[in-house]
Design a protein around this ligand. Structure first.
Ligand code: SF4
Length: 207
């Protein structure tokens, strides 16, 4: 049993924080800048988290459960794929009608060396996927991935998520220091991949 903040509320929405690990090391990552998002300390003292740890924390705030729950936090949620599936199943069974979204760096299929999206059908409704660049060079500068082929894998993941019928949005963080992203090109790429697009202006309090 952990006392870490696995579940937190931001702007009335409920977020689930399962890991501090990530296959990126984005220059703007709030993990490297601060240890809280609007007061919620999201650093985990352990990566050893059970489905019941998460479920207990969800039940503790059940009066505040929103109609959309988001796997997000200070790391890449899909690194805890089995946990995501178990928690999402619990939510769908106990709180039917809840929309579940994953905010992801889009590396999952590269990490697991297979298409994981079919496993998430019926459990996850939406994906918000960080495109963060109009080409590999820009992406690598901003996101500093520690795996090869990351940028292409992000684009493939977006395309595959659309194909599998998930509500899919590609996102781009803008306005962080002097880093430049060609927003128009990112919008075009997203259109070609068939997804929705959202710009995420950098905010000092997190994004
Ligand atoms: S993908 Fe997200 S969690 Fe990972 S380094 Fe970038 S901002 Fe941080």
């Amino acid at each position: 049993m952990t006392d870490d903040n696995l579940v937190y509320i931001l702007d009335g929405k409920v977020y689930i924080n399962l890991t501090n690990a990530c296959t990126n090391n984005c220059v703007f990552c709030i993990r490297t800048i601060k240890d809280d998002v609007l007061g919620a300390n999201l650093f985990l003292s352990t990566e050893n988290i059970s489905v019941w740890d998460v479920v207990n924390q969800l039940e503790n705030i059940k009066d505040k459960l929103s109609n959309e729950i988001i796997f997000c936090g200070y790391g890449e949620p899909t690194l805890k794929l089995d946990l995501i599936k178990s928690v999402a199943k619990y939510i769908k069974e106990n709180y039917p009608g809840t929309i579940i979204r994953i905010n992801t760096n889009g590396h999952a299929n590269l990490i697991y060396k297979k298409n994981i999206l079919p496993e998430l059908k019926g459990l996850i409704d939406k994906f918000s996927i960080s495109l963060n660049g109009e080409n590999e060079e820009v992406y690598n500068k901003l996101s500093q991935p520690n795996i090869k082929g990351a940028y292409q894998s992000v684009k493939d993941f977006i395309k595959e998520a659309v194909k599998e019928g998930f509500d899919t949005t590609a996102t781009v963080v803008t306005g962080y220091k002097d880093y430049k992203v060609d927003l128009q090109k990112c919008i075009e790429i997203t259109k070609e991949l068939g997804a929705k697009f959202r710009e995420r202006p950098w905010l000092d309090n997190g994004y």
